[in-house]
Each structure stands twice: as C-alpha cells, then as structure tokens.
Design a protein around this ligand. Sequence first.
Ligand code: ADP
Ligand code: MG
Length: 565
Amino acid sequence: MELSIQPLPTEVVHLIAAGEVIDSLAAVVRELVENSLDAGATRMVISLWPQQWRVRVADNGCGMELKDLQQAAVAHSTSKIRNCEDLWKITTLGFRGEALHSLAQLAELEILSRRALLSEGWRAVYCSQGQPAQVETAAIAPGTVVTVANLFANWPTRRQGLPSSAQQMKAVQATIWQIALCHPHVTWQVWQNDREWFTLSPGARTQQLLPQILRQVRPSDLQELKVEVTPHSSIQVLLGLPDRCHRHRPDWVRVAVNRRIVKSPELEQTILKVTSRTLPRDRYPICFLHLHIAPDQINWNRHPAKAEMYLHQLGYWQDQITQAIEQALRISPANLPEAVHIERVGKLLKAAEATGVYGVSRSIQRAPDSEQEAIDTEGKDTPHPLIQLQAVAQVHNTYILAEHPSGFWLVEQHIAHERVLYEQLLHNWQLVPKEPPAILRDLSLAQQLQLQRLGLEVEPFGDQLWAVRTVPASLLNRDDCAAALLELSWGGDLQAAQVATACRTAIRNGTPLSLPEMQTLLDQWRSTRNPRTCPHGRPIYLSLEESALSRFFRRHWVIGKSHGI
Ligand code: ADP
Ligand code: MG
C-alpha cells in the first residue's frame, strides 16, 4: 500500500529523538553518570531497581541552583556550550542538552540538588515536556540526586524489545566499568534492589582500577605508560604484559578518547597489529588505550550516544599509538614495573625451599674477571635507555644468568635468540639461489603451491622429486635445509614461515655459550621490539628483583645490624 508523505506530529518527532539517546537502563545510567562527572563529582552512588525500571544516581558534584534546576529538563538546554564555535571546544561529556529532557518524556523524573555554598537544596519533579511540575525545598548534602522511574511505562513495545533484566544489569555494569576506567579518581558504589552490588575504589592510575574489574589480573601484570605527543595531547596505554596475561577474545582491547570509551575499529586494529606475535596463538591482548586530544580534532556527531567519533589525522594517531605500545612492550629501566614477577618468584622460591634443591649453584659457569671487564664497557652508547644487562654465567647450558642494577634475570637462550632472529627476518626476508638445489620428495600439489606462495622457486626434478632453487637466506647453508623447507610447505602465511625459520635457526638449548656470545645475545635481545615473549607467545625471562630477594633473605631483620652487616 502506498502512503502519501506527511509531516509527523511533534510528539512523535520528540519521542523518536528521545529514544535515540535513551534506549535502555544502561543508557539512563550513562547519561546520569556523565552529567555527574561533568559536575565535577568524585563520588557516585548508583541504585538500580530493574523490576521497577528505576535508577537513581547521587553525586557530590557542584549541584544546581533553583533557576538551573527549573531549566534542566527543558528541550535543548545545557550549561555546557553556548554557540557553534563551542562545538569545537567541547571538554565535557555532555553538550547537547537532550538527556534530561528525553528522560522527562520517557519516564518519571525527579531531581534533588544543592549548590555547595548554599545552605538550602531543592527538589523538582518534571512533567513530560520537561517543565518543573512541582518544586520545593529539600534537605540534602551538596550535590545532586536524580531519580528516573517507570522508564518506558508509556512505551510498552520498547520494554518488550529489551533483553531480560539480568542482561540489562550486565549492560549497566559494563557501562559503569567503561566510564570508571576513564575516570580512575572516582569512587563508585552500586546498589541493586537495595543491596550493595559492587564498588570500585579510586586510584591515581587506571592500573589500579582494571584489576578491580578483571579479577584475575594484578596491577603488576600491567604496564601503564603516558606519552606526551604535543603540549595538548597525550596517549595513555595500559597494557597487559604479554608474558603475564592475555584473553581468548579481543574483548579487552578498548579505546577511549577524551574520557569516553568509543568503538574505533581502526584504532583497535592498530593495537592488535602491534601486539601480534607477542602472544600465544588465538590469544588477544589486554589493552586500554586512552587518547587525550584537542577537542577540535574530534567530531562526535557520528553516533547519537557518542559511541563512535571521527578522528582527524587518523593515520598520524595510528603511528603514534604504535610507537607508544612498542615503548610499553620494551624492557627499559623507565618502564620496568617494580613488582613484576615478584609473586611468581615468591612461589618459585617457596617450591625450591620445599624440595631443598638450589640447582643454580651446582652447574654454574663462573666468568673470568678479564672477560667481564670487556663487557662492562659495552652498550654504553645505545640510543635507548635500555636496561643494562650483563651476562654472568650460563646455567644448564640453557639459561643465561644476567645481572642488572636492581636484580638478576634468567633468560632462556633459545627463545631469546628466536625473538632476535624473528625480528631480523621481519625486516629482511631474503630469498637466495641455492646451488645445488634442495631436493624434496613426495610433495603434494598444495605443498608446491604453498612454497611458491612464499616466493620460492620449485620445479619437478624426476620421479616424485622436486628441486627448490631459491631458499630463505638463513636456511641456505644448513644441513637441515630440506627438512626446513618441508616444514614451510605445510602451510601458513609469510609471518608463520618467518616464525618457523627463526625457531629452527635459533641456538638450541643445551648448547654451551661463551660469555661474549651470551652478552651479544643479551644485547640483541634487549633491543628487540617485543622482548617479553617469543613469537609463539612464550615468556623469555624470569626476573628476580633485589626487593624480592632482600625480603626472602630477611635482610630487614635487626640481628644484621648488631653484626655490622
Ligand atoms: P547536557 O549534559 O548535554 O548539558 P543534560 O540534559 O544531560 O544535557 O543536562 C542538562 C543540564 O543540567 C546540564 O547542562 C547541567 O547544567 C545540568 N545537570 C544535569 N545533571 C547534573 C548534575 N548531576 N549536577 C549538576 N548539574 C547537572
Ligand atoms: Mg548530559
């Protein structure tokens, strides 16, 4: 049936607009909490009664005077911007002046508010047009308490379209978590049906907040880094150290821009790209990336709830983010978390104590002093302030014992070398002619095609034999060249081939190394881009920090003093 075009009645227009901003209980929480944060609140008490479709947010923010309280829910009224130009200077979370008006239309709205310096507070109840229908004085602490009740009561189809209340509460929790991560200085107390549901304590850094949300993660599993990009912009990276934690889904790859979590597929991809090959197969990093950018670089008009935005100079930011994450992944004195590994080491020492075996001392190869001197002078002119690591000994022909100013490390020689070789191959994957060619037997068509995909020249060489005439440079003179090529023929992309080649050509465990060889390996390894894990995601080193050791040896005991120690 064809209908003629007619303008919609004003109430319908308004209802549609209201529904765009407020589409769920989580959206109510988001809008109210954002208002509280814009009012400078540092303490938030959120109460939910999902069966009654009721939400209350109480804050300790600046509060409103009577005149503002009367104006608050009128359509398009805001205290946050005044004119078009202000749209490019937005530093608040809200600015459209729509949320309270929409809530007045879709629910019963009541606000109690008191300015900090005034002795008296006010209570207003609003009609569905957002006008105050009832106003009276109220005895409350400075701040604001907004109650939204009977949400969507006159819009049954809306309610029916929403998921179960349990699921809605999950969405509310996710919303609060997201906002809390962007505002670590705020205290959150959340109640459900008059019982305390969860709380979040404030912290100076996001590093203290994330472990309250992701219970299995500890602050020492995380590296937090802030990079000033220009005087007015910075990148804050909170990264789960790849040798400490990761997820089986990319659900904790989060991007925030100017205190708001946004969906940004482009920036999320950037994070995944930089962290790839630092994690085990099919695992994803924990990464919270917070950009603080001049407001004129962002256009929030991409999504009604500001869940997406347009970022000017996206490519530039992607480069900056890549560098920041690379910096967070590096091992340098500046970003060596003090507590790293302490817990793991604690367990290790306990296990060692229990069995009474201190294996390290038995098969240690001590370094002659002259060699040690030669090494001391090395690495002094490295441009990066990389951590100074000095090879001291090899243990079990497998671990390099390396000393540094605040402790020592055990570095597994094979995977450290694998990391070095892999990064070299990434930058310089060379195929060279091999004469005579490597001969492979019984290749299937798929295997031949796979080798050709990797750029190798393969041709028939007789009955069930194939000749490979170009090979990766690092395999050229190896006895196991044919076996290595066969491994590459089984599949995988170029990166997988580079990983396999690095693994095959890296120093085996069990190989004795001289001190200069160990030192060279340590120097190469510590300046790799991702020294924490091998390209398969295995951890490369175990650190024993002096602080943990002094605790273990009870060096704080007073007896020491009496012996002059
Ligand atoms: P916006 O946040 O876009 O300005 P809202 O409809 O959410 O629009 O709020 C309207 C106005 O009400 C805000 O600009 C602010 O001045 C005031 N307001 C709302 N909530 C609070 C609060 N919790 N504390 C102080 N003022 C508030
Ligand atoms: Mg608002």
